[in-house]
Unconditional design. Structure first.
Length: 222
């Protein structure tokens, strides 16, 4: 009897140790309450923002008209993204969702980029958009996506959107993260502050410093 109890205890200890060693969950948390409207004046914490006192929560905390107006796409890439993430839409805090409206001029490109904290469900609401993503083994998956069609970009993978239709294009990108993050390799290489050492860039691209300078000159101001 006593030995079976100690065997049971041993099993429990092993289970407890396994649980303690389990990898941490790298995703937005499930909410512990109905809502936790972000107190945007507080410094950002690891899992988002602290909650506003419930007595100060108002209807507008759960509302955003950010995406109503078409933004200007008059820039060299012909793209403009309007992001409704937690920092501008406090009701999203702790809920693990956000959305971006991206407008593309004819021929416009949303250059290759990735979102470290979110998968991206693309819904084209106007025009025709070529969406493509690349994998960690350098495979490329791509489709031309038309009005009301969907395309999913898995979390963290590099992707782009190109307007291949005849007019303007608009798509909504829904994320399973309140703040999916944005990494743009072109900017992360040629427009960092401070600048990446020239030797790193010339050796990475197998180019001369003059050629790197041409690349850098294209990204001034972005
Ligand atoms: C995006 O559109 C807004 C609103 O029209 C404009 O203020 C902003 O400069 C645009 N951004 C770019 C990069 O064109």
């Amino acid at each position: 009897m006593a030995s079976s109890r100690s065997a049971m205890l041993q099993v429990m200890l092993v289970v407890a140790a396994a649980l303690a060693a389990a990898p941490c969950v790298l995703s937005d948390p499930s909410p512990l309450q109905d809502f936790c409207v972000a107190d945007l004046k507080a410094a950002m914490a690891v899992d988002g923002f602290p909650c506003k006192p419930a007595s100060t929560v108002v209807d507008d905390d759960f509302f955003s008209a950010l995406m109503v107006a078409a933004p200007s796409t008059k820039n060299p890439f012909g793209v403009n993204s309007t992001r409704a993430t937690v920092s501008v839409f406090p009701g999203l805090n702790t809920l693990g969702v956000s959305i971006t409206r991206t407008d593309l001029a004819p021929g416009g490109i949303n250059p290759p980029h990735s979102h470290p904290r979110g998968s991206e469900l693309v819904l084209v609401v106007k025009g025709e958009v070529m969406v493509g993503f690349t994998t960690s083994t350098n495979l490329l998956y791509s489709k031309v996506v038309k009005e009301n069609e969907l395309f999913i970009v898995p979390r963290g993978l590099q992707h782009y959107q190109l307007n291949v239709g005849t007019g303007d294009a608009v798509f909504m990108a829904m994320f399973d993260a309140q703040s999916p993050g944005l990494v743009v390799p072109t900017l992360g290489l040629f427009a960092t502050k401070p600048a990446m050492p020239m030797e790193v860039l010339t050796k990475t691209f197998l180019l001369g410093a003059d050629e790197i300078d041409v690349m850098k000159s294209k990204f001034v101001g972005f």
